[in-house]
Design a protein around this ligand. Structure first.
Ligand code: CA
Length: 650
């Protein structure tokens, strides 16, 4: 069979339809099985004589239960259209700035026993399958509630998982969870039960021994749906789409989704790779969504100083904020984030003076807000400013008048549609006032970098604040850093707040938790963690205590990327990753293992060039920067001590 023949989406039988990616190597097959509609997704492998299907998501259920009809059994399946779609778009704040996509499309119709129909749309590109339900008006019914999805993902029983549990509702700091701030399970059997019994949050990474890797997530989530997650495994090896918990958002609002018709569900995405390269480099999250409004101005990436991360609540006062505005100016960074507590401790009048001072120093202010509302008890101010459009617009007008360029909104109520509406409302209003938005204590963003042009980044991860709070978290810092590029950060921007260069994590010298990673490891996270807005953990002491080359690196480090290339690694053990900003490549190699790791790779763009190699010295404790001429292959060979790293740039 030629590639061209395979590329054409072929009908296998009357009730089985197939779409194959334009390169012929990724497929999805939808079929009818005793009145149920099921699908299989996989990669195609070239053997010596033939090209064969290697299923990665085994036969799994499809279907949806709504107030206007149920499409889970007694179904008739017909195909509606086969086609192709391709295009190019730009993404200001992601892992790649110009993205070409090239996919096959398949739309099938599911008709139930009452004669009512919905469509399913499949998008199949190299290493990716995405699908969603398209629901037309049902007779005179133009408004429905989606009660449940039957959508599932069945994996080989011996697959292992790198996944993060969905938390109970209304637990944690002042009843602010769930907020995607839980510990992952690492490479454990898929039958492992989740800590809270509610399943697992997106994205979910699975290892299928010799066949490779599967990453499952969700994208295109708007105010027209709730955020979903995966159930615990049922039936031995089947994960299904689960909706939010009753208790989220202080128990208020439905766990279901309400929509006007015609409409579509979010996309379910499956990225598959024989190696981890397609997992780390995938752009499927953005390929299938659209920009939802025009940017009111040109938004740019921002490096911000941030007093709160190491100086904590007590630093939210006028003088300390001046110190951190000065630090931003000294570093040549774009902004300074003034964190929670400012309304009480500084007040609006003095904040306006700080904003004026920012203007004098050429530093953009970013300001923290509590999202509440009636869904958490968090006392940090300013609060009750973002939860309804009247106060929100007043607040944003004030921010705009004083040159504020960004807000960080914290402590959201969960994944219910009620809360997703708030995220979208904040983003849309903020764009009207020229303000970028970072979310904290929040859900996973799902395609938002492309959908909302002033969206910047989200936490949705156990982030750097935990280094301050817990020595145990410091012990795990390197492991997490070598996990996130494969999972959390590959589907969405991740506002981690990292690159702490102090060895002891406290305002006072000699106090606080001890960082276990090397200096170069911390510099490497500035490249490895993708977020167009970075609130780095540098403090004034760093300017005198660190080697000059470290500070020079941080002065110049970019936060937006034109290209991202996976080179080598294993989730939670090590990673070698390259990112390009304009003409300049940055390559990081990071080791989280307890043993030294020898790393060797070729970087063709560095061939025969003299590069800057930053490493931690033979003892792992002597940060060093050298200029090194590479050979004609651009070969880099380094041995990394545990929790050490190397950074190579032109
Ligand atoms: Ca947090």
């Amino acid at each position: 069979m030629t590639v061209a023949a395979m590329t054409a989406a072929a009908t296998l039988s009357a009730q089985s339809y197939r779409a194959v990616s334009p390169d012929g190597m990724t497929y999805v097959e939808v079929s009818q099985d005793n009145g149920k509609v099921v699908y299989t997704a996989g990669l195609r492998q070239v053997n010596s004589t033939d090209t064969v299907d290697v299923p990665m998501v085994l036969q799994s259920p499809l279907g949806i239960i709504t107030s206007a009809g149920t499409w889970t059994s007694g179904l008739t399946l017909t195909d509606k259209s086969h086609g192709a779609t391709s295009g190019r778009y730009t993404l200001r704040q992601g892992k790649q700035s110009t993205i070409d996509y090239n996919a096959s499309k398949l739309i099938v119709t599911l008709k139930n026993q009452q004669g009512k129909s919905i469509d399913m749309e499949f998008f199949v590109s190299s290493n990716n399958v995405a699908f969603r339900y398209n629901i037309p008006e049902q007779g005179e019914t133009a408004a429905i509630v989606v009660e449940e999805e039957a959508t599932g993902f069945r994996l080989p029983a011996d697959a292992t998982a790198f996944i993060c549990p969905q938390s109970d509702a209304q637990i944690g700091w002042k009843r602010t969870k769930p907020s995607y701030e839980e510990y992952y399970i690492w490479d454990e059997p898929i039958t492992t039960l989740s800590q809270y019994g509610h399943g697992w949050t997106f994205p979910c990474l699975f290892h299928e021994s010799d066949n490779g890797w599967v990453l499952i997530s969700e994208t295109g989530l708007t105010s027209d749906y709730c955020g979903s997650h995966l159930s615990d495994v049922t039936d031995g090896n089947l994960f299904t789409i689960a909706f939010p918990l009753e208790g989220e958002n202080n128990g208020f609002g439905s766990t279901a989704a309400q929509m006007g018709l015609p409409n579509s569900t979010p996309w379910r995405t499956i990225t598959m790779g024989k190696t981890l390269k397609p997992i780390v480099e995938t752009t499927i999250t953005w390929d299938v969504v659209e920009q939802l409004y025009e940017p009111s101005q040109e938004y740019k990436g921002s490096r911000n100083t941030w007093s709160w991360i190491l100086w904590q609540d007590a630093s939210i006062n006028y003088n300390d904020q001046v110190t951190f505005i000065n630090l931003a100016a000294d570093l040549g960074w774009e902004g300074c984030l003034i964190d929670g507590g400012w309304l009480t401790n500084i007040g609006r009048e003095r904040m306006e003076q700080l904003f004026d001072y920012c203007q004098q120093k050429g530093v953009a202010p970013w300001v923290w807000y509590n999202s509440n509302g009636g869904w958490n008890d968090a006392p940090q101010c300013a609060k009750q400013c973002m939860h309804n459009p009247i106060v929100r617009k007043q607040e944003m007008r004030w921010l705009q008048q004083h040159g504020v360029k960004g807000i960080k909104v914290d402590f959201f109520g969960g994944d219910k549609q009620e809360t997703i509406r708030l995220y979208e409302a904040i983003l849309s209003d903020a764009n009207d006032y020229g303000i970028q938005v970072i979310f904290h204590g929040c859900t996973l963003p799902r395609g938002w970098e492309r959908m909302y042009p002033n969206y910047c980044s989200s936490e949705a991860v156990l982030a750097s604040e935990n280094l301050y709070f817990s020595q145990g978290f410091c012990e795990l810092e390197a492991r997490h850093a070598c996990l996130h590029p494969f999972v959390r950060n590959t589907v969405a921007s991740m506002e981690y707040g990292g690159t702490a260069l102090q060895k002891r994590l406290h305002r006072e010298p000699g106090k606080g938790n001890t960082r276990r990673t090397s200096d170069i490891f911390e510099l490497a996270t500035a490249i490895a963690f993708q977020s167009s807005g970075q609130n780095f953990a540098l403090t004034p002491r760093n300017l005198t205590e660190q080697p000059k080359f470290e500070i020079d690196f941080m002065k110049a480090v970019p936060t937006t990327w034109d290209e991202t290339r996976y080179i080598d690694g294993y989730p939670g053990k090590y990673i070698v990753l390259a990112r390009r900003h304009a003409d300049k490549w940055y390559v990081v190699a990071m080791n989280a293992d307890g043993q030294p790791r020898k790393i060797q790779f070729d970087m063709p763009e560095f061939a025969s060039k003299t590069v800057t190699l930053m490493h931690d010295g033979k003892d792992g404790q002597t940060p060093t920067s050298t200029r090194t001429k590479l050979d004609r292959r651009g070969r880099v060979a380094v041995t990394l001590k545990p929790q050490c790293a190397a950074v190579v740039t032109e």
